[in-house]
Design a protein around this ligand. Structure first.
Ligand code: ADP
Ligand code: MG
Length: 368
């Protein structure tokens, strides 16, 4: 990890500095040109250090060369930055005079998804089509204290089932390359919807079609065998995702590195914390580019830095425009940051479908 520049302001210096930027609001994949300007001294004797930071994460000790960059130079500096995805960035520059006194000047830069991206989304082919889907669960209307009582009632034909409608006429289409979010209070049917899309559950009414391969991160630990070691589980889970053995051999080190579990590979998974399991699951699911990546709350069990790392990886997949991402998260801010469109499902009913901005705003006002 590269050490970020220490923040320090020499207020006594007899000169001033400021940053000139081409624009403070830009689109992802375009560029920002930053030039420090010094007044009250001869700038040709100065040197400069800079940090380009994503959401100020370097202050948390987080560094990623795809998000951050740093360097130093002398005399008439101009830097061109290429933010790879949307988010809040900051450019910090240490302006250092010939005596080694310095000021830190910074400028915030907001990066939005590229317009090219929203335009291409409108014409991209549908990958997930949910057409008037309802899901009815049969639940026993009576509580039984033991299995024996339950079977007695069953054989006597006294068992009464009550229908519970977990999803009621849900419809939406998700296009290739789109990041689509589902929001709604607990028990509203989000996971049920994702399971239908993943093919784990079959809809009671309506149809759901998916084109391509799916990497589902639905229930934590699903597809894992807790008695096996992490290494064995990577192969097992990879096989369930349809990866060839050679593919896993080839990507094994990357998966382990992303999960940051190099020292724990031969430990049975049952000794892992839920955060560690989530890290492995996420690393495997995103080792290849699936057509559809489904993420259901998986990120909430990880620590802050891991969540940020996953967020980045998801954004990278989203920006590739080949991967369609379905996201359910407790963090409405995360949904808002990552998703293009969002469907709000409340107690099984489709309440709202629209852009991430408008749905999340309404949800925060009324639901959250
Ligand atoms: N297999 C099942 N059998 C009966 N009820 C279920 C089953 N799965 C989910 N439910 C019920 O369906 C509702 C929606 O659950 P879920 O999709 O997990 O909600 P969410 O993910 O939005 O919190 C809940 O009331 C839940 O208890
Ligand atoms: Mg759920």
């Amino acid at each position: 990890m590269v050490k970020p520049i220490q923040r320090y302001d020499a207020d006594e210096v007899p000169w001033t500095a400021q940053l000139e930027v081409s624009s403070t609001t830009v689109e992802a994949q375009s560029s920002v040109i930053v030039t420090p300007r010094v007044a009250g001294a001869d700038p040709s004797r100065f040197s400069y250090n800079y940090v380009w930071s994503y959401e100020d994460l370097w202050q948390e000790g987080f560094w990623d060369s795809t998000l951050n960059s740093e360097g130093e130079c002398t005399a008439s500096p101009t830097w061109e930055f290429h933010p790879r995805w949307a988010g809040s960035y900051h450019v910090y520059v240490d302006v250092v005079d010939e005596n080694g006194d310095y000021r830190v000047v910074d400028v915030p830069i907001e990066v939005s998804f590229s317009a090219r991206r929203s335009r291409s989304l409108e014409t991209a082919e549908p990958v997930i089509t949910v057409d008037d889907v309802s899901m009815v669960f049969n639940i026993a209307s009576e509580r039984f204290d033991s299995l024996k009582e339950y079977f007695l009632a069953l054989t006597k034909g006294e068992l009464v089932f009550k229908e519970f409608r977990a999803l009621d006429h849900i419809s939406f289409t998700v296009r290739r390359g789109e990041a689509f979010g589902l929001v709604g209070t607990n028990g509203s049917g989000k996971s049920t919807m994702l399971k239908i899309i993943a093919g784990v559950l079959e809809a009671t009414e309506g149809t759901c079609t998916v084109a391509g391969t799916i990497a589902p991160l639905i229930e934590l630990g699903a597809g894992f065998d807790m008695e096996l070691t992490a290494k064995e589980n990577i192969y097992l889970n990879g096989a369930l995702l349809g990866y060839r053995r050679e593919f896993i051999d080839e990507h094994f080190d990357d998966i382990v590195a992303f999960a940051e579990l190099q020292d724990f590979m031969d430990m049975p998974l049952k000794n892992y914390s839920s955060g560690m399991v989530a890290r492995i699951a996420f690393a495997i699911a995103t080792a290849a580019e699936p057509d559809v990546l489904i993420v259901d709350e998986t990120l909430s069990v990880g620590d802050f830095l891991f969540q940020k790392k996953c967020e980045q990886r998801i954004k990278e997949l989203v920006e590739s425009e080949n991967v369609t991402v379905l996201l359910v998260s407790h963090s409405i801010e995360l949904v808002e940051r990552i998703c293009d469109r969002v469907c709000w499902i409340e107690k099984g009913h489709q309440r709202m479908l629209g852009t991430a901005g408008e749905v999340c705003e309404a949800y925060k006002k009324l639901g959250g």
